[in-house]
Design a protein around this ligand. Structure first.
Ligand SMILES: [Zn+2]
Length: 247
């Protein structure tokens, strides 16, 4: 039997939500102010549902999350209203850092993968499972956009993954697999070489062991399947995803 909590919720009625209350959330150490329709945020996040409907005094004064980054909350706010996360990094950049120029930002093409994982972790934290999965799956698809098309995970992201995600996390396993299957010594530019000494010991060991396993299996052309690394709410969703990939 399907677990009811895993069934994606029906979308809120936007017309009704737009006539309703606005709630305030303050993000980051600078307490950046966000005004969001209450029915929409409460529909998609159990955490905010409890905060704004419960007896917490937050329901009147707003919720403050000082340890959340503004770029991540921007992705969350975009997702709340648009119900999508773009996969191309320039669109994602515009969403995460609106009004900023690329050159001045700490975000770049390679930090977008990390941003997606941070958004996925945030989705988990505020009990928004749909965002948790979507941001994770968008991360996976970024490195495996189509069957046979891969790129290895950049080292800054690998380091972030090992510093922040639990052992055995799918992002960790994907980073190891791609390092074995795709990576070539010629791939690393000077910036990447500077990070060699900072690569997590566990990552390097995992790459060694996986390389050995591949050698023993005599697997010369292993295919990395994005769907294996995805998060799915149900078997049905997984089947639908595979079908989509085969088209
Ligand atoms: Zn999938």
């Amino acid at each position: 039997m399907a677990d009811k909590s895993q069934v994606p919720p029906v979308a809120p009625v936007y017309g009704a939500a737009a006539q309703g209350e606005i709630v305030t959330i303050f993000i980051g150490p600078e307490k950046k102010r966000y005004n969001i329709h209450k029915d929409i945020i409460c529909h998609h996040s159990e955490y905010f549902r409890t905060a704004f409907n419960g007896r917490w005094k937050e329901s009147d004064e707003g919720v403050t999350l000082e340890d959340v980054e503004v770029d991540v909350f921007n992705v969350f706010a975009h997702w709340l209203y648009a119900q999508e996360i773009p996969s191309d990094w320039e669109s994602l950049y515009d969403i995460a850092a609106p009004g900023h120029t690329l050159k001045k930002s700490v975000l770049n093409e390679w930090s977008i993968g990390e941003l997606l994982l941070r958004a996925s972790v945030f989705g988990d934290r505020v009990l928004a499972p749909v965002l948790h999965r979507l941001a994770h799956n968008t991360f996976v698809d970024r490195y495996v956009p189509a069957p046979g098309e891969y790129c290895s995970v950049n080292y800054a992201t690998v380091i972030w993954i090992y510093d922040n995600l639990p052992k055995g996390h799918m992002a960790m396993r994907l980073a190891v697999e791609l390092q074995c299957i795709v990576w070539n010594t010629k791939d690393d530019d000077e910036e990447e070489e500077l990070l060699w000494s900072k690569l997590p010991h566990e990552f390097l060991l995992a790459v060694m062991f996986r390389n050995n396993a591949l050698k023993e299996q005599k697997c010369s052309d292993v295919e990395v399947k994005a769907c294996y690394y995805h998060l799915h709410a149900s078997e049905e969703e997984k089947k639908a995803c595979k079908q989509k990939k085969q088209k």
